[in-house]
Design a protein around this ligand. Structure first.
Ligand SMILES: C[S@@+](CC[C@H](N)C(=O)[O-])C[C@H]1O[C@@H](n2cnc3c(N)ncnc32)[C@H](O)[C@@H]1O
Length: 217
């Protein structure tokens, strides 16, 4: 398996326009944007984090559910500066504690033990997950939560859905499925225990795993 975080060619995400990305993610045959927004809403409502970090935040899907009176610190992380510009314009007024870090999740620097919730929805598939999860474990406060959404193998369904938006197909070479069972093997030695797990299948036929892992030691 190639390691996308260490690739020498530019990350294909850098060449995806935000309009293409959002049209693709919300298109009737995909509807992942709506699904991911709901997942983030549920996680925020149940955990009420004072500080939340979102690697792979893109243009801020689901950020409308962040209550600034609860989450006084919000850290968005993404490689694509244009995505972050869209997010900033949309949410800077509503979220005074918004901080955006443009860079690779495998190299951005966050203070240790400073984040209550790290929410990673469909980003591990573009990274080398082991080192990324180890970094997340260092960012979290004791008792903090790492929430993950992973795309599951769905027979006969393309991993990158075909929506007629050709730029998204550039992601195919760097996308790789990450098995929840492999994640668990990586999380346990880092001090995490499973707090919740669900699997959802969308009308497109694509299935997703959502897991919450509590940092217990
Ligand atoms: C499928 S989208 C994420 C969806 C989003 N989390 C949501 O809930 O709607 C993947 C995002 O991760 C970003 N990304 C991909 N690889 C990355 C990396 N190595 N470091 C930081 N961001 C990355 C992309 O630019 C893109 O915005």
């Amino acid at each position: 398996m190639t390691n996308p975080s260490r690739q020498t060619t530019p990350n294909p995400w850098l060449s995806i326009p935000p309009e293409d990305y959002e049209t693709h993610m919300s298109s009737p045959g995909v509807r992942q944007q709506q699904f991911l927004s709901r997942v983030f809403h549920t996680v925020l409502a149940s955990l009420r984090p004072a500080c939340v970090a979102v690697p792979g935040c893109a243009t801020g899907n689901g950020f409308e559910h962040i209550d600034a009176s609860i989450s006084s610190s919000v850290i968005g992380i993404d490689v694509n500066p244009v995505f972050l510009g869209v997010l900033y314009r949309r949410f800077k007024h509503r979220l005074p504690g918004l901080q955006l870090l443009c860079g690779d999740v495998s190299s951005v620097v966050l203070p240790a033990h400073s984040v209550n919730l790290v929410h990673c929805a469909l980003i591990l598939e573009y990274t080398d997950p082991g080192p990324v999860l180890a970094r997340i474990a260092r960012w979290l406060t004791p008792g903090g939560t790492c929430s993950l959404v992973l795309q599951l193998h769905s027979p006969h369904i393309a991993t990158i859905s075909s929506t007629g938006i050709s730029s998204l197909q550039r992601l195919e070479p760097i996308f790789h499925l990450v098995e929840p069972s492999d994640v668990l093997k990586m999380m346990r030695p880092l001090g995490f225990s499973v707090a919740a797990e669900t699997v959802r299948t969308l009308s497109s036929g694509k299935s997703f795993y959502q897991g919450e892992y509590r940092l217990v030691s």
